[in-house]
Design a protein around this ligand. Structure first.
Ligand code: IVH
Length: 680
């Protein structure tokens, strides 16, 4: 290649890599797979090495991606946060060891092998053992302060445990990875699919997107997790032991979540054996693991090896390439969801992929099929994203038969033939027919399912029968079923019929949250349903709620765990006449769900007092504080008025605090609250 051509190519690749960096780090919506991105970056690095005259100091190969986003304060790390060099090849991993041997002038080297968690890096600062700050990697030098969001992670302690063999340093910055479990990812994507929103490609993108939400309640509604694996800064500096494996043990003793398992290895052969062992077991982990991180174990040797501008020389990520397969797309079927969303599904010639046979894969929506120009009869590439859902990546154009025509997405619902519609701001097409048999079936199935009303004997097949017979057209019809009709379903069905009717009758008095969950309101899962049940106490009260009952002044949630997105979905649900009618019908049919019991107070310190809680408290959630208030005979209210006795305010308190000040209501912090609780 001529220097001119190389210069041109380098410029193109730099722009391309920078574009993908932006999509990945800032928008959490990459267009290409990690593997393709790594290949592109490698091609650029190779060219830059071959033509050093075009070094700029500004190339994406010389810096870490930047995740800083609008709406966050930035914070400077005490020690820069670096990235890792990576490879997909065993030979390069061996070369990494050989290079370290040369640099450190040693033949034998000890390593630690850790799972590489596919999430996003954060740095936590604990001062005097208390969590004071959580910051994303940002550009490596400074990152976004995401403390408020990080505090929603239940498994992360606010206070480190101290032990004789694990004293807690004055100040420590600990690095780790925020991630989302595969199960939580699947739950959220299933919900998105119903809503017709674009699906998240993998748990990493969703975790990244979640951590950068500005609404804490929304963050709390999606469960994030964290593991800690590295040291950033420590004061005094001699308190973290001499090895990386020892540091892991310390982190664990302090009560912080750590990786599932680490391996120690002597020499590169043992390293390679550990990497393979990890590869074999990683599919059983609760999170996506995209590789192994190999680190020198002795911390002194890590220091001796040092770093480049971007990454340490003492560590290397060995990445597992996602398995791909090529197969024939035999057809496209359309599934209709509970809310009428049409989801195209690829029907594939069965193919082996990452240990399972794949015969179906999601095609997401009409736009995705058009963007990738996927046609029936094409040979397509399939990959397992985030280890679970197979997706069609694209088409092998070379194998396209001339008779393959572009795919025409159906204009009518495949079930009830109603013309489909596209709602504003949505990618999905929907069947607008509320009475479409599939929608009815799915709604009733959801209502009767284990996580909702848990009606024995009312499984999917039974629901299908009831809908097909025309006896059930809505949830309310379940409570109108006639014994005589049911007895026509077969011989000797008397007992099962009576059991079913008894189970349906019992469900009339199920816990309120089950009914709320059972309605299938977008975004409202079991946890939110419980919060709503506790707050509103009846279905009617929830149905009558207004925006202000959910969201106050500066977009602050009135109810813990219910953010604006959820509030809007609830309001939209009850605005629909058919849903408002359903609530009335259920009541008329005798459905009277049990309101959550308030536990009787055990003390009376706060008898007659009303508290309003706002902001993030340092050591407890608002729910916990609320429970303590109620246990002492006090009341918790969502809005501040002259009658409010105290406003208990934490960090980032919003409009409620302003209002308390205007009205002259006493404002207390958590420390004062705890004093009041323990006062004689
Ligand atoms: S060590 C200076 N260990 O992978 C050392 N990183 O691709 C920096 N990651 O930026 C990181 N699991 O976000 C380390 N066990 C692990 C990791 C890990 C995941 C992430 C981390 C890093 C990225 C590099």
């Amino acid at each position: 290649m001529t220097p001119e051509a190389a210069q041109q190519k380098i410029a193109e690749l730099r722009a391309e890599v920078a574009r993908h960096d932006e999509l990945y780090h800032r928008q959490a919506q990459p267009e290409v797979s990690d593997f393709d991105y790594d290949q592109l970056k490698r091609a650029l690095a190779d060219l830059e090495a071959q033509f050093p005259q075009f070094a700029s100091g500004e190339s994406p190969t010389e810096r870490v991606g930047d995740d800083r986003a609008e709406g966050f304060e930035t914070y400077r790390h005490r020690q820069p946060m670096q990235s890792l060099d990576n490879t997909y090849s065993e030979a390069e991993l061996r070369e990494f060891h050989a290079r370290l041997g040369r640099v450190l002038e040693r033949e034998s080297l000890d390593y630690v092998i850790e799972p590489k968690i596919d999430g996003l890096a954060v740095s936590l600062t604990y001062e005097q053992g208390r969590l004071v700050r959580a910051v994303t990697r940002g550009n490596g030098v400074e990152g976004d302060d995401v403390t408020v969001n990080i505090r929603t992670i239940k498994s992360l302690p606010d206070k480190l445990k101290s032990a004789a063999d694990a004293p807690v340093p004055e100040v420590i910055e600990i690095r780790g990875e925020v991630y989302m479990t595969l199960a939580e990812f699947a739950r959220i994507n299933a919900e998105r699919e119903e809503e017709g929103a674009a699906l998240y490609a993998n748990p990493r993108n969703l975790a990244a997107g979640t951590l950068k939400l500005l609404d804490r309640a929304e963050v709390a509604a999606r469960q994030l997790e964290i593991v800690l694996y590295g040291l950033g800064y420590c004061e005094p500096g001699n308190m973290i032991g001499e090895t990386q494996s020892g540091f892991h043990a310390l982190v664990r003793k302090w009560g912080l979540p750590t990786v599932e398992k680490i391996w120690t290895a002597h020499g590169i052969d043992e390293v390679w054996a550990a990497v393979q062992e990890l590869d074999a077991m990683r599919h059983d982990f609760s999170y996506a693991t995209d590789g192994a991180v190999v680190k020198l174990n002795p911390i002194k040797l890590q220091r001796d090896a040092g770093s480049t501008s971007k990454a340490p020389r003492w560590a290397m990520a060995y990445k597992f390439a996602a398995e791909r397969a090529e197969t024939l797309l035999k057809g496209i079927t359309i599934q209709v969801g509970r809310t009428g969303v049409l989801t195209p599904v690829a029907e594939l010639e069965p193919v082996q992929l990452a240990g399972t046979t794949v015969s179906r894969a999601t095609l997401h929506n009409r736009d995705e099929i058009a963007r990738k120009d996927i046609r029936i009869g094409d040979h397509v590439y399939v990959e397992k994203a985030g280890e679970i859902i197979p997706v069609v990546l694209g088409v092998n154009a070379a194998k396209r038969a001339p008779e393959c025509v572009p795919y025409a997405f159906p204009e009518r619902c495949p079930v009830c033939a109603t013309l489909v519609v596209q709602l504003e701001g949505e990618v999905a097409l929907r069947c607008p027919n509320y009475e479409c048999p599939v929608q009815v079936r799915r709604r009733v199935q959801h209502f009767a399912s284990k996580g909702c009303l848990d009606i024995d004997g009312l499984g999917s097949a039974m629901v299908d029968t009831l809908v097909d017979k025309g006896w059930v057209r809505s949830i309310a019809d379940l409570y109108r079923l006639q014994r005589n009709d049911l007895l026509t379903l077969g011989k000797s069905v008397e007992k099962s019929t009576d059991n079913l009717l008894a189970a349906i009758a019992t469900s009339k008095h199920a816990e309120l949250w089950r009914v709320i969950h059972g309605l299938g309101i977008t975004h409202v899962g079991a946890a939110a349903a419980k919060d709503l049940a506790k707050h509103f106490g009846s279905l009617e009260a929830l149905a009558a709620a207004k925006y202000e009952d959910f969201i106050a002044g500066k977009k602050e949630s009135v109810i813990n765990g219910i953010g604006e997105t959820m509030a809007l979905a609830i309001l939209a649900y009850f605005q629909k006449p058919e849903n408002a009618a359903l609530v009335r019908e259920l009541r008329a049919l005798g459905v009277e769900p049990a309101a959550p019991e308030k536990s009787a107070p055990t003390g009376n310190r706060f008898a007659g007092k009303t508290f309003v809680l706002t902001g993030t408290l340092p050591t407890m959630t608002r729910d916990e504080a609320g429970a303590k208030i109620e246990a002492e005979g006090g009341k918790v209210s969502g809005s501040v008025s002259k009658k409010t006795s105290f406003v208990l305010a934490g960090e980032e308190a919003g409009s409620k605090l302003d209002k308390a000040r205007t009205l002259g209501v006493t404002v207390i912090d958590e420390a004062e609250f705890l004093r009041m609780l323990s006062a004689e």
